[in-house]
Design a protein around this ligand. Structure first.
Ligand code: SF4
Length: 318
């Protein structure tokens, strides 16, 4: 999957507001076969909108999405590749129709895409067993499942057509820690078995550290840092990434870097800050940052950052 300078605008015409908001801007990112990219950022950073845009569920204002080298320009282009992509929804229970049994829900992709399915009950049983659920769960309704079971059923549904690309939106949200680990192990196992590529959308850095080969950090609809996960965690190049890492819970709270703590709230898209949009919250901001917008630039092989002082920040060993 290749995203080249992708932008998404949204028109708002609700009194007293009549304006166009730039929700995503200039997103350039690739996802290789068999790779997992973790897309992180606070609520309102545009992560979910990006996930929807690259599946054709959100109108793209500018830029291109390429899948297997083919540009996707029209709704028909996205429809054509849809069976090869899947979205794992954040709210697993709500994503399963309350009127369908679990068996009907996990086999629904076959019906939607007119795929032959001689015996749907047998297919449902296979899919459920593949994700570690008993075959007889096919006759239950979503409200009868626990959070972990519903999440597994969501995985079974997403993987029914053996897609190449899975967008997983907060795949472990709302689950107990032990169930989170089970779901992550299941996702890793299915990735190895089918050579899947995952884009994992989350604000949970521990999750990204555990599953992602590369990380992409978003702030106010723009990418501010991308790179191999281990390198970014050990030596972040953007102060926002450094602040997110510093905010992670630590086994020893005395080791927490309070000097890097992120200040204030994410600004409104209606009034984007001038210059570097992070300057109001950045511990390193200078006068230049308030007027001059930094570009996302190469700072090392395979690494990019959108900060005038990325190299200095790295040298300081944040
Ligand atoms: Fe902070 Fe300036 Fe870098 Fe923006 S450009 S992240 S304000 S140091």
């Amino acid at each position: 999957l290749e995203l080249d300078r992708l932008s998404v605008d949204l028109s708002i015409s609700r009194w007293p507001l009549r304006t166009t908001l730039n929700i995503l801007s200039d997103i350039t990112l690739t996802l290789a076969r068999d790779e997992t990219v973790g897309l992180v950022g606070e609520s309102g950073s545009g992560k979910t909108t990006l996930g929807r845009a690259l599946l054709g569920l959100q109108h793209i204002s500018a830029g291109t999405v390429r899948f297997d080298g083919t540009p996707l320009k029209t709704a028909a282009d996205f429809d054509r590749i849809r069976p090869r992509t899947a979205l794992m929804f954040q709210d697993a229970v709500a994503s399963l129709s309350p009127r369908m049994t679990v068996g009907e829900a996990v086999t629904e992709p076959f019906r939607i895409h007119n795929r032959p399915m001689p015996d749907w009950r047998a297919r449902a049983a296979e899919l459920l067993e593949e994700v570690g659920l008993p075959a007889d769960m096919a006759s239950r309704y979503p409200h009868e499942l626990s959070g972990g079971q519903a999440r597994r059923a969501g995985v079974a549904r997403a993987l029914a057509l053996k897609p190449d690309l899975v967008i997983a939106d907060e795949p472990t949200a709302g689950l107990d820690v032990s169930v989170q680990a089970e779901i992550l192990n299941l996702m890793a196992d299915l990735k190895d078995r089918y050579g899947l590529s995952y884009m994992v959308i989350t604000h949970n850095l521990a999750l990204v550290r555990h599953v992602a080969d590369r990380i992409a950090v978003m702030y106010l609809g723009r990418l501010v840092e991308t790179g191999p996960t281990a390198e970014v965690f050990s030596n972040p190049a953007h102060p926002y990434t450094g602040s997110l890492i510093a905010a992670e819970p630590k086994p020893d709270p005395r080791k927490r870097r309070t000097d890097l703590a992120i200040k204030g709230e994410i600004p409104s898209l209606i009034r984007r800050p001038s210059g570097c949009e992070f300057h109001g919250r950045c511990p390193l901001a200078t006068a230049r940052c308030r007027t001059e917008a930094p570009a996302l630039r190469d700072i090392a092989p395979g690494r990019k950052a959108r900060c005038h002082f990325a190299e200095t920040y790295q040298k300081q060993g944040a």
